[in-house]
Design a protein around this ligand. Structure first.
Ligand code: ZN
Ligand code: ZN
Length: 501
């Protein structure tokens, strides 16, 4: 899922990523990490052929886009597509049998939807499995707790790890602890995620998951427990990728459900020493084959120019990946299907990316395989923020194209959408590998007020999707993507993302 990385900066800056390729991936931190990647400067104004003028919406295109918008509100197939993936495939972590089934499903579905050039492009992905897991407070007041290994976590021995618990309120607070106090202990990162409509709450809290384990290991900790990165009060843990830093011991890491984090904090607050036993059966099995699945609506006049719209096909193992990200696949595929009869000037390329959750493998493979045509990617967008209504349209386009984004936002005003800033961090985690090529992005900001009650949990199931809200998403996507694919003129090169202070 896309994350504005501004708030992660403080704790992540110290990670000073040596290997960009190695880190890309763990959703939630990758945007920040890749900002430090070397990237070629935008082409100079006078290099190559004269740039075409910025796009501007004609009355005719506006009218057709408005019709697409209004017709989608009367009902679309987006929910049916998402439902099909959830019911027929279900949980589909990268490298699993279900992941392969999802690729087959996507090929079938894209053909059924009538896309051209439907194909699977091979991607190598890591295959991590969860295994059995359990946690128990041993002292001062023994009782079991509910937890889940973080994605990518190493396991423990069969006997588990038993150690005293030391609590920290944030990654920064952890860093400030005396290593002598942390050595040999289980670090409990007790960071509570704030509920926000946008990605801020998640962005602020997620470093505990993505970076916490390596920060703790550097101080000599033997394992990490985090409070789930989620806004619910259910006794249900939230998983999600963690990223081990090179050169630092890899220690087991798990998320406690929010009520269990409360319980552990209360025992720590008793002032008595707290000991804990953690057993994780998780392990990395090696590499497996997966694929990006691609289909197109071929452009009428400029088929070589591409408007890329994306989602990710993989999911975590605990739920059924309905919100994350079957919903997104339903939205973008249905938007493209509805645009197809209008045969826009440029090609609309629909990409269902492999393995977003645990390393952005699909997105990185795409950027590599299509390096030669990235300059022809006129615009990119990804739907990966649940199934809530779109309320904001953000962008990162050349300043000259901003008035056009304003026209697009105006088109979406009847849907309750406002225009956001032109400093969108990524447009979706899978678009991060396109940043060095300065591909312009649009971001359809969805209402995430409830998303993080269910995100990456066993509760990410179909009943959390309101079909009407998906229709509203399709209305926004169909109108904007049609207008962008039909209107001549350049949107790029995209300026660099500037982290907020
Ligand atoms: Zn996710
Ligand atoms: Zn996602």
């Amino acid at each position: 899922m896309p994350v504005s990385p501004s708030a992660m900066k403080r704790s992540l800056v110290s990670l000073a990523v040596a290997t960009v390729a190695g880190i890309a991936g763990i959703a939630g931190i990758s945007a920040m990490a890749l900002q430090s990647a070397p990237s070629s400067p935008p082409p100079a104004e006078n290099a190559g052929p004269a740039p075409s003028p910025p796009p501007s919406l004609t009355a005719e295109i506006r009218a057709r886009a408005a019709t697409l918008r209004d017709e989608a509100l009367r009902g679309t197939r987006a929910y049916e597509i998402a439902r099909s993936l959830v019911v027929e495939v279900g949980p589909r972590p990268a490298g699993s049998k279900a992941d392969a089934a999802a690729v087959e499903w996507a090929l079938r579905k894209m053909k059924e939807l009538g896309f051209a050039n439907v194909r699977a492009e091979k991607v190598t992905v890591p295959h991590w499995v969860r295994g059995q897991e359990s946690g128990r407070i041993l002292a001062p007041y023994p009782q079991p707790v509910v937890l889940a290994a973080l994605g990518g976590s190493v396991g423990t021995t069969d006997e588990g790890i038993e150690a005293e618990v030391i609590e920290a309120a944030s990654v920064e607070a952890l860093d400030a602890l005396d290593p002598a106090r942390v050595r040999g202990k289980i670090v409990f990162l007790n960071v509570r995620m704030e509920r926000t409509r946008d990605e801020k709450g998640y962005g602020d809290a997620v470093p505990a998951r993505s970076a916490g384990p390596s920060h703790a290991a550097r101080l000599g900790a033997v394992a990490v427990l985090i409070r789930s990165i989620g806004t619910d009060r259910d006794r249900v843990p939230h998983t999600g990728g963690t990223r081990y830093e090179e050169g630092v011991p890899r220690i087991p890491a798990a998320a406690l459900s929010n009520p269990d984090a409360d319980l552990l904090a209360a025992q720590v607050a008793s002032g008595k020493p707290v000991t804990f036993r953690l057993k994780l059966g998780s392990r990395l099995l090696g590499e497996a084959e997966s694929a990006n699945v691609i289909g197109e609506v071929r452009g009428r006049e400029r088929p070589e120019e591409i408007v890329l719209i994306a989602c990710h096909l993989d999911s975590w193992d605990l739920g059924t990946g309905a919100l994350d990200d079957a919903a997104g696949c339903g939205i973008v595929a249905e938007a493209a299907r509805r645009i197809a009869p209008l045969r826009p000037r440029r090609t609309i390329r629909v990409v269902f990316f492999a393995n977003e959750e645990f390393g952005l493998s699909g997105a990185r493979a795409y950027a590599e395989a299509h390096a030669g045509e990235l300059a022809k990617h006129v615009l990119a967008a990804e739907s990966d923020f649940g199934a809530g209504r779109v309320w904001r349209l953000r962008s990162r386009v050349a300043p000259a194209a901003l008035p056009f984004v304003g026209q697009l936002a105006e088109l979406l005003r009847p849907l309750g959408v406002e225009q956001g800033d032109n400093n969108e961090s990524s447009g979706g985690a899978d678009l991060i590998p396109l940043q060095p090529a300065h591909v312009p992005v649009l971001a359809f900001g969805q209402d995430a007020t409830h998303y993080f009650d269910w995100h990456h949990t066993a509760n990410d199931t179909l009943d959390k999707i309101d079909p009407k809200e998906l229709d509203q998403n399709v209305a926004a996507w169909a109108a904007v993507i049609y207008a962008a694919a039909e209107t001549p003129g350049t949107f790029g090169p995209a300026p660099d993302y500037v982290p907020e202070p």
